[in-house]
Design a protein around this ligand. Structure first.
Ligand code: ADP
Ligand code: ASP
Ligand code: MG
Length: 411
Protein backbone atom coordinates (compact mmCIF):
# COMPACT_ATOMS: atom_id res chain seq x y z
CA UNK A 1 0.00 0.00 0.00
CA UNK A 2 1.23 3.49 -0.85
CA UNK A 3 0.07 6.81 0.47
CA UNK A 4 0.01 9.36 -2.34
CA UNK A 5 -0.72 13.09 -2.33
CA UNK A 6 -1.77 14.10 -5.85
CA UNK A 7 -2.25 17.76 -6.73
CA UNK A 8 -4.20 18.88 -9.77
CA UNK A 9 -3.72 22.41 -11.09
CA UNK A 10 -6.34 24.69 -12.65
CA UNK A 11 -6.22 23.36 -16.22
CA UNK A 12 -6.37 19.78 -14.87
CA UNK A 13 -9.76 20.51 -13.22
CA UNK A 14 -11.00 23.00 -15.82
CA UNK A 15 -14.34 21.21 -16.44
CA UNK A 16 -16.45 18.31 -15.18
CA UNK A 17 -15.16 15.92 -17.84
CA UNK A 18 -11.57 16.43 -16.67
CA UNK A 19 -12.72 15.91 -13.06
CA UNK A 20 -14.47 12.68 -14.09
CA UNK A 21 -11.23 11.49 -15.71
CA UNK A 22 -9.36 12.21 -12.48
CA UNK A 23 -12.07 10.33 -10.54
CA UNK A 24 -11.62 7.26 -12.75
CA UNK A 25 -7.86 7.11 -12.14
CA UNK A 26 -8.21 7.82 -8.42
CA UNK A 27 -10.72 4.98 -8.26
CA UNK A 28 -8.27 2.48 -9.74
CA UNK A 29 -5.61 3.60 -7.25
CA UNK A 30 -8.02 3.11 -4.34
CA UNK A 31 -9.01 -0.31 -5.67
CA UNK A 32 -5.30 -1.21 -5.82
CA UNK A 33 -5.20 -0.58 -2.06
CA UNK A 34 -3.58 2.86 -2.05
CA UNK A 35 -4.51 5.80 0.18
CA UNK A 36 -5.10 8.96 -1.82
CA UNK A 37 -5.17 12.59 -0.77
CA UNK A 38 -6.11 14.88 -3.65
CA UNK A 39 -5.28 18.58 -3.54
CA UNK A 40 -7.07 20.79 -6.06
CA UNK A 41 -6.61 24.28 -7.44
CA UNK A 42 -9.52 26.42 -8.54
CA UNK A 43 -10.86 25.68 -12.03
CA UNK A 44 -8.71 27.39 -14.70
CA UNK A 45 -9.15 31.16 -14.80
CA UNK A 46 -11.34 31.40 -11.69
CA UNK A 47 -8.69 32.80 -9.33
CA UNK A 48 -7.78 35.51 -11.86
CA UNK A 49 -11.47 36.50 -12.11
CA UNK A 50 -11.81 36.62 -8.32
CA UNK A 51 -8.66 38.74 -7.95
CA UNK A 52 -10.00 41.16 -10.58
CA UNK A 53 -13.34 41.40 -8.76
CA UNK A 54 -11.66 42.18 -5.45
CA UNK A 55 -9.50 44.86 -7.11
CA UNK A 56 -12.52 46.37 -8.84
CA UNK A 57 -14.50 46.49 -5.60
CA UNK A 58 -11.69 48.30 -3.83
CA UNK A 59 -8.19 48.82 -5.23
CA UNK A 60 -6.79 49.23 -1.71
CA UNK A 61 -8.67 46.17 -0.47
CA UNK A 62 -8.53 44.71 3.01
CA UNK A 63 -6.24 41.68 2.52
CA UNK A 64 -8.42 39.56 4.86
CA UNK A 65 -11.44 40.05 2.61
CA UNK A 66 -9.28 39.48 -0.49
CA UNK A 67 -8.35 36.07 0.95
CA UNK A 68 -11.91 35.07 1.70
CA UNK A 69 -12.84 35.97 -1.90
CA UNK A 70 -9.97 34.32 -3.77
CA UNK A 71 -9.97 31.15 -1.61
CA UNK A 72 -13.52 30.39 -2.80
CA UNK A 73 -12.35 28.98 -6.16
CA UNK A 74 -10.80 25.97 -4.42
CA UNK A 75 -13.95 25.45 -2.33
CA UNK A 76 -15.93 24.91 -5.53
CA UNK A 77 -13.42 22.62 -7.26
CA UNK A 78 -12.89 20.44 -4.16
CA UNK A 79 -16.64 19.99 -3.78
CA UNK A 80 -17.14 19.20 -7.46
CA UNK A 81 -14.30 16.67 -7.55
CA UNK A 82 -15.73 14.95 -4.46
CA UNK A 83 -19.09 14.69 -6.23
CA UNK A 84 -17.39 13.19 -9.31
CA UNK A 85 -15.60 10.65 -7.10
CA UNK A 86 -18.85 9.73 -5.34
CA UNK A 87 -20.54 9.38 -8.74
CA UNK A 88 -17.74 6.96 -9.72
CA UNK A 89 -18.51 4.90 -6.60
CA UNK A 90 -15.58 6.14 -4.50
CA UNK A 91 -16.06 7.28 -0.91
CA UNK A 92 -14.83 10.88 -0.83
CA UNK A 93 -15.31 14.20 0.92
CA UNK A 94 -13.94 17.67 0.50
CA UNK A 95 -11.98 19.56 3.16
CA UNK A 96 -11.41 23.30 3.32
CA UNK A 97 -8.21 24.60 4.88
CA UNK A 98 -10.02 25.72 8.05
CA UNK A 99 -11.72 22.35 8.52
CA UNK A 100 -8.50 20.36 8.80
CA UNK A 101 -7.11 22.87 9.94
CA UNK A 102 -4.09 23.98 7.92
CA UNK A 103 -2.72 26.61 10.30
CA UNK A 104 -0.86 29.54 8.80
CA UNK A 105 0.57 32.84 9.96
CA UNK A 106 -1.56 35.95 9.54
CA UNK A 107 0.21 37.41 6.47
CA UNK A 108 -2.84 37.57 4.23
CA UNK A 109 -2.24 37.04 0.52
CA UNK A 110 1.07 35.24 1.08
CA UNK A 111 0.63 33.28 4.30
CA UNK A 112 3.04 30.55 5.36
CA UNK A 113 1.89 27.19 6.69
CA UNK A 114 2.82 26.73 10.35
CA UNK A 115 1.34 23.30 10.94
CA UNK A 116 -1.24 20.80 9.76
CA UNK A 117 -3.41 18.70 12.04
CA UNK A 118 -3.47 15.40 10.16
CA UNK A 119 -5.56 13.41 12.64
CA UNK A 120 -8.89 13.59 10.80
CA UNK A 121 -7.28 12.97 7.42
CA UNK A 122 -5.40 9.90 8.67
CA UNK A 123 -8.63 8.51 10.13
CA UNK A 124 -10.57 9.00 6.90
CA UNK A 125 -7.77 7.49 4.81
CA UNK A 126 -7.74 4.42 7.03
CA UNK A 127 -11.49 4.09 6.35
CA UNK A 128 -10.69 4.00 2.60
CA UNK A 129 -12.03 7.46 2.00
CA UNK A 130 -10.39 9.80 -0.50
CA UNK A 131 -9.70 13.21 1.05
CA UNK A 132 -10.11 16.04 -1.45
CA UNK A 133 -8.40 19.09 -0.04
CA UNK A 134 -8.86 22.65 -1.21
CA UNK A 135 -5.38 23.94 -2.08
CA UNK A 136 -4.06 27.48 -1.60
CA UNK A 137 -5.85 28.20 1.69
CA UNK A 138 -5.38 28.03 5.43
CA UNK A 139 -6.50 29.47 8.74
CA UNK A 140 -4.83 32.43 10.47
CA UNK A 141 -4.22 32.71 14.23
CA UNK A 142 -7.17 35.17 14.21
CA UNK A 143 -9.44 32.48 12.77
CA UNK A 144 -9.62 34.09 9.33
CA UNK A 145 -9.14 32.40 5.94
CA UNK A 146 -5.69 32.97 4.49
CA UNK A 147 -4.19 32.23 1.07
CA UNK A 148 -0.66 31.09 0.35
CA UNK A 149 0.22 33.31 -2.64
CA UNK A 150 -0.45 32.60 -6.31
CA UNK A 151 0.33 29.03 -7.25
CA UNK A 152 -0.01 28.08 -3.57
CA UNK A 153 -1.82 24.76 -4.08
CA UNK A 154 1.58 23.22 -4.83
CA UNK A 155 2.61 24.22 -1.32
CA UNK A 156 -0.56 22.77 0.21
CA UNK A 157 0.23 19.45 -1.47
CA UNK A 158 3.88 19.31 -0.41
CA UNK A 159 3.07 20.44 3.15
CA UNK A 160 0.43 17.71 3.44
CA UNK A 161 2.81 15.09 2.03
CA UNK A 162 5.44 16.17 4.57
CA UNK A 163 2.97 16.15 7.49
CA UNK A 164 1.56 12.75 6.51
CA UNK A 165 5.02 11.39 5.59
CA UNK A 166 3.39 10.26 2.35
CA UNK A 167 5.25 7.98 -0.02
CA UNK A 168 4.94 10.46 -2.90
CA UNK A 169 3.76 13.92 -3.82
CA UNK A 170 2.70 14.10 -7.46
CA UNK A 171 2.03 17.48 -9.04
CA UNK A 172 -0.19 17.10 -12.11
CA UNK A 173 -0.20 20.03 -14.48
CA UNK A 174 -0.56 20.96 -18.15
CA UNK A 175 3.04 20.14 -19.14
CA UNK A 176 4.64 16.73 -18.67
CA UNK A 177 7.51 17.80 -16.45
CA UNK A 178 10.07 20.46 -15.70
CA UNK A 179 11.75 21.69 -18.88
CA UNK A 180 15.07 23.38 -19.53
CA UNK A 181 13.01 26.54 -20.14
CA UNK A 182 9.32 27.45 -20.37
CA UNK A 183 8.22 25.13 -23.20
CA UNK A 184 5.54 27.62 -24.22
CA UNK A 185 8.22 30.12 -25.21
CA UNK A 186 11.25 28.00 -26.02
CA UNK A 187 9.88 25.30 -28.30
CA UNK A 188 13.26 23.55 -28.37
CA UNK A 189 13.20 23.12 -24.55
CA UNK A 190 13.87 19.60 -23.29
CA UNK A 191 12.10 17.78 -20.49
CA UNK A 192 14.44 17.01 -17.60
CA UNK A 193 14.29 13.49 -16.22
CA UNK A 194 15.59 14.72 -12.86
CA UNK A 195 16.39 18.09 -11.32
CA UNK A 196 17.93 18.84 -7.92
CA UNK A 197 15.85 20.50 -5.20
CA UNK A 198 18.33 23.37 -5.20
CA UNK A 199 18.08 24.02 -8.92
CA UNK A 200 14.30 23.71 -8.84
CA UNK A 201 14.21 26.19 -5.98
CA UNK A 202 16.25 28.72 -7.95
CA UNK A 203 14.26 28.13 -11.13
CA UNK A 204 10.94 28.56 -9.31
CA UNK A 205 12.06 31.70 -7.52
CA UNK A 206 13.43 33.11 -10.79
CA UNK A 207 10.16 32.74 -12.65
CA UNK A 208 9.52 29.09 -13.65
CA UNK A 209 6.00 28.96 -12.26
CA UNK A 210 5.61 25.22 -12.78
CA UNK A 211 6.11 24.85 -8.99
CA UNK A 212 5.57 27.52 -6.35
CA UNK A 213 8.90 28.40 -4.71
CA UNK A 214 7.71 27.68 -1.19
CA UNK A 215 6.60 24.17 -2.20
CA UNK A 216 10.14 23.35 -3.33
CA UNK A 217 11.61 24.80 -0.13
CA UNK A 218 9.32 22.54 1.90
CA UNK A 219 10.02 19.49 -0.26
CA UNK A 220 13.75 20.07 0.14
CA UNK A 221 13.70 20.52 3.90
CA UNK A 222 11.34 17.58 4.53
CA UNK A 223 12.85 15.37 1.78
CA UNK A 224 9.44 14.87 0.15
CA UNK A 225 9.70 12.69 -2.98
CA UNK A 226 8.28 15.12 -5.53
CA UNK A 227 7.46 14.73 -9.18
CA UNK A 228 5.87 16.90 -11.86
CA UNK A 229 3.64 15.11 -14.34
CA UNK A 230 0.99 15.79 -16.93
CA UNK A 231 -2.66 15.10 -16.23
CA UNK A 232 -3.20 15.23 -19.99
CA UNK A 233 -1.11 12.21 -20.95
CA UNK A 234 -2.30 9.59 -18.45
CA UNK A 235 -2.31 9.54 -14.68
CA UNK A 236 -1.10 7.67 -11.65
CA UNK A 237 -0.66 3.96 -12.52
CA UNK A 238 -0.56 4.64 -16.29
CA UNK A 239 1.40 7.86 -16.20
CA UNK A 240 4.22 8.70 -18.56
CA UNK A 241 7.42 9.65 -16.77
CA UNK A 242 7.56 13.26 -15.63
CA UNK A 243 10.38 15.02 -13.81
CA UNK A 244 11.65 13.87 -10.43
CA UNK A 245 12.91 16.53 -8.03
CA UNK A 246 15.76 14.85 -6.17
CA UNK A 247 18.80 15.38 -3.96
CA UNK A 248 22.01 16.33 -5.78
CA UNK A 249 23.76 13.02 -5.19
CA UNK A 250 21.00 11.22 -7.11
CA UNK A 251 22.06 12.88 -10.37
CA UNK A 252 25.06 11.22 -11.96
CA UNK A 253 25.56 13.32 -15.10
CA UNK A 254 25.25 16.91 -13.97
CA UNK A 255 24.79 19.58 -16.67
CA UNK A 256 26.56 22.89 -16.14
CA UNK A 257 23.32 24.75 -16.79
CA UNK A 258 20.02 22.95 -16.23
CA UNK A 259 17.59 25.73 -17.04
CA UNK A 260 16.98 29.22 -18.33
CA UNK A 261 14.16 31.20 -16.73
CA UNK A 262 12.50 34.57 -17.10
CA UNK A 263 10.44 36.84 -14.93
CA UNK A 264 8.44 39.78 -16.20
CA UNK A 265 7.36 40.57 -12.68
CA UNK A 266 10.16 43.12 -12.38
CA UNK A 267 10.51 46.88 -12.12
CA UNK A 268 13.67 48.94 -11.88
CA UNK A 269 14.13 52.10 -9.86
CA UNK A 270 17.14 54.37 -10.28
CA UNK A 271 17.80 56.94 -7.59
CA UNK A 272 19.79 59.81 -9.03
CA UNK A 273 22.50 61.61 -7.11
CA UNK A 274 22.30 59.70 -3.85
CA UNK A 275 24.70 61.23 -1.28
CA UNK A 276 27.70 58.89 -1.04
CA UNK A 277 28.07 58.46 2.71
CA UNK A 278 28.05 55.54 5.16
CA UNK A 279 24.57 54.42 6.17
CA UNK A 280 22.79 55.64 3.07
CA UNK A 281 21.94 52.13 1.79
CA UNK A 282 20.43 51.26 5.17
CA UNK A 283 18.47 54.51 5.10
CA UNK A 284 17.00 53.62 1.67
CA UNK A 285 16.36 49.90 2.03
CA UNK A 286 15.22 50.04 5.67
CA UNK A 287 11.94 51.89 4.98
CA UNK A 288 11.29 49.70 1.92
CA UNK A 289 11.67 46.58 3.99
CA UNK A 290 9.45 48.04 6.73
CA UNK A 291 6.79 48.54 4.05
CA UNK A 292 7.16 44.84 3.04
CA UNK A 293 8.69 45.73 -0.34
CA UNK A 294 11.24 43.10 -1.37
CA UNK A 295 14.31 44.49 -3.10
CA UNK A 296 16.06 42.08 -5.42
CA UNK A 297 18.96 43.14 -7.67
CA UNK A 298 21.04 46.14 -6.57
CA UNK A 299 23.78 48.07 -8.36
CA UNK A 300 25.52 51.14 -7.02
CA UNK A 301 27.80 53.21 -9.21
CA UNK A 302 31.09 54.61 -7.99
CA UNK A 303 30.61 58.31 -7.38
CA UNK A 304 32.51 60.50 -9.78
CA UNK A 305 32.91 63.55 -7.59
CA UNK A 306 33.03 61.57 -4.36
CA UNK A 307 29.83 62.93 -2.91
CA UNK A 308 26.91 61.60 -4.98
CA UNK A 309 26.16 58.43 -6.91
CA UNK A 310 23.30 56.72 -8.75
CA UNK A 311 21.73 53.63 -7.19
CA UNK A 312 19.64 51.15 -9.19
CA UNK A 313 17.59 48.28 -7.78
CA UNK A 314 14.64 46.10 -8.69
CA UNK A 315 11.34 45.32 -6.97
CA UNK A 316 8.32 43.21 -7.97
CA UNK A 317 6.29 45.10 -10.57
CA UNK A 318 3.18 45.04 -8.43
CA UNK A 319 5.11 46.79 -5.64
CA UNK A 320 6.56 49.59 -7.76
CA UNK A 321 3.98 52.22 -6.77
CA UNK A 322 4.33 51.36 -3.10
CA UNK A 323 8.15 51.54 -3.37
CA UNK A 324 8.03 54.94 -5.09
CA UNK A 325 5.64 56.24 -2.46
CA UNK A 326 7.97 55.10 0.35
CA UNK A 327 11.00 56.67 -1.36
CA UNK A 328 9.17 59.92 -2.01
CA UNK A 329 8.18 60.12 1.66
CA UNK A 330 11.84 60.03 2.72
CA UNK A 331 13.30 61.90 -0.25
CA UNK A 332 14.37 65.04 1.60
CA UNK A 333 15.88 63.01 4.43
CA UNK A 334 17.83 60.80 1.99
CA UNK A 335 18.81 63.74 -0.16
CA UNK A 336 18.65 62.10 -3.62
CA UNK A 337 17.73 64.17 -6.65
CA UNK A 338 15.00 62.04 -8.29
CA UNK A 339 13.69 58.49 -8.60
CA UNK A 340 13.34 57.10 -12.14
CA UNK A 341 11.05 54.05 -12.45
CA UNK A 342 11.04 51.57 -15.36
CA UNK A 343 8.59 48.71 -15.40
CA UNK A 344 9.35 47.42 -18.90
CA UNK A 345 12.22 45.20 -17.80
CA UNK A 346 12.61 41.44 -17.42
CA UNK A 347 15.01 39.24 -15.51
CA UNK A 348 16.63 36.34 -17.36
CA UNK A 349 18.52 33.74 -15.35
CA UNK A 350 20.60 30.65 -16.02
CA UNK A 351 20.61 28.02 -13.27
CA UNK A 352 22.76 24.95 -12.68
CA UNK A 353 24.64 23.28 -9.82
CA UNK A 354 27.42 22.49 -12.32
CA UNK A 355 28.36 26.19 -12.24
CA UNK A 356 30.09 25.61 -8.92
CA UNK A 357 32.81 23.63 -10.63
CA UNK A 358 32.95 25.22 -14.09
CA UNK A 359 34.36 28.58 -15.14
CA UNK A 360 33.17 30.59 -18.12
CA UNK A 361 29.42 30.32 -17.55
CA UNK A 362 28.95 34.08 -17.18
CA UNK A 363 31.21 34.80 -20.16
CA UNK A 364 29.04 32.62 -22.38
CA UNK A 365 25.89 34.38 -21.16
CA UNK A 366 27.23 37.87 -21.82
CA UNK A 367 28.62 36.87 -25.24
CA UNK A 368 25.30 35.34 -26.35
CA UNK A 369 23.37 38.45 -25.30
CA UNK A 370 25.90 40.75 -26.99
CA UNK A 371 25.64 38.76 -30.20
CA UNK A 372 21.92 39.56 -30.25
CA UNK A 373 22.49 43.20 -29.33
CA UNK A 374 20.72 42.84 -25.99
CA UNK A 375 21.88 45.36 -23.44
CA UNK A 376 22.41 44.20 -19.84
CA UNK A 377 21.06 46.67 -17.25
CA UNK A 378 21.88 44.89 -13.98
CA UNK A 379 23.67 41.64 -13.13
CA UNK A 380 23.40 39.48 -10.02
CA UNK A 381 24.89 36.10 -9.24
CA UNK A 382 24.80 33.35 -6.64
CA UNK A 383 26.63 30.06 -6.42
CA UNK A 384 24.33 28.29 -8.88
CA UNK A 385 22.71 31.09 -10.92
CA UNK A 386 23.43 34.21 -12.95
CA UNK A 387 20.65 36.73 -13.55
CA UNK A 388 20.58 39.74 -15.84
CA UNK A 389 18.01 42.48 -16.16
CA UNK A 390 17.18 43.46 -19.76
CA UNK A 391 14.51 45.44 -21.63
CA UNK A 392 11.30 43.38 -21.54
CA UNK A 393 10.87 43.41 -25.32
CA UNK A 394 13.91 41.12 -25.68
CA UNK A 395 12.66 38.43 -23.26
CA UNK A 396 11.89 35.72 -25.81
CA UNK A 397 14.96 36.46 -27.91
CA UNK A 398 17.25 36.30 -24.87
CA UNK A 399 15.69 33.06 -23.60
CA UNK A 400 16.13 31.31 -26.94
CA UNK A 401 19.65 32.67 -27.46
CA UNK A 402 20.82 31.50 -24.02
CA UNK A 403 19.08 28.16 -24.36
CA UNK A 404 21.08 27.49 -27.53
CA UNK A 405 24.30 28.99 -26.17
CA UNK A 406 24.37 26.46 -23.32
CA UNK A 407 23.58 23.55 -25.66
CA UNK A 408 20.19 22.88 -24.11
CA UNK A 409 18.15 22.66 -27.34
CA UNK A 410 16.65 19.24 -27.99
CA UNK A 411 18.24 17.48 -30.90
P1 ADP B 1 -1.05 24.60 -12.69
O1 ADP B 1 -2.28 25.38 -12.98
O2 ADP B 1 -1.18 23.15 -13.03
O3 ADP B 1 -0.51 24.83 -11.31
P2 ADP B 1 0.90 26.45 -13.79
O4 ADP B 1 0.37 27.29 -14.90
O5 ADP B 1 1.02 27.06 -12.43
O6 ADP B 1 0.05 25.11 -13.75
O7 ADP B 1 2.35 25.87 -14.17
C1 ADP B 1 2.52 25.18 -15.39
C2 ADP B 1 3.12 26.12 -16.43
O8 ADP B 1 4.44 26.49 -16.04
C3 ADP B 1 3.32 25.51 -17.78
O9 ADP B 1 2.15 25.63 -18.57
C4 ADP B 1 4.50 26.28 -18.37
O10 ADP B 1 4.11 27.24 -19.32
C5 ADP B 1 5.08 27.02 -17.17
N1 ADP B 1 6.53 26.86 -17.06
C6 ADP B 1 7.41 27.88 -16.88
N2 ADP B 1 8.66 27.43 -16.85
C7 ADP B 1 8.61 26.08 -16.98
C8 ADP B 1 9.60 25.05 -17.01
N3 ADP B 1 10.89 25.30 -16.90
N4 ADP B 1 9.17 23.78 -17.18
C9 ADP B 1 7.86 23.50 -17.29
N5 ADP B 1 6.88 24.43 -17.28
C10 ADP B 1 7.24 25.71 -17.12
N1 ASP C 1 -5.80 28.97 -7.61
C1 ASP C 1 -4.60 29.60 -7.08
C2 ASP C 1 -3.91 30.41 -8.16
O1 ASP C 1 -4.38 30.48 -9.28
C3 ASP C 1 -3.68 28.61 -6.46
C4 ASP C 1 -3.10 27.59 -7.42
O2 ASP C 1 -3.61 27.42 -8.53
O3 ASP C 1 -2.13 26.94 -7.05
O4 ASP C 1 -2.93 31.05 -7.89
MG1 MG D 1 0.66 26.40 -10.51
Amino acid sequence: MAQIVAKFGGTSVSDLQRMRDIATTVKSEVEAGNQIVVVVSAMAGITNDLVALAREANPLHDAREYDSIVASGEQVSSGLLSLCLQEAGVSARSWQGWQIPINTDGVHGKARILGIDTEKIIKRLSENQVCVIAGFQGLSPENRITTLGRGGSDTTAVALAAALKADRCDIYTDVDGVYTSDPRIVTSARKLEKITYEEMLEMASLGAKVLQTRSVELAMSHKVPLQVLSSFTGMMGSVLPGTLVVAEEEIVEQEIVSGVTYSRDEAKITLLQVPDRPGVAAAIFGPLSDANVNVDMIVQNISENNNATDLTFTVARGELDKALEVLESCKSELGFLASVPDSSVAKISVVGVGMRSHAGVAKRMFAALAEHNINILVISTSEIKISVLIAEEFTELALRALHSAYGLDKT
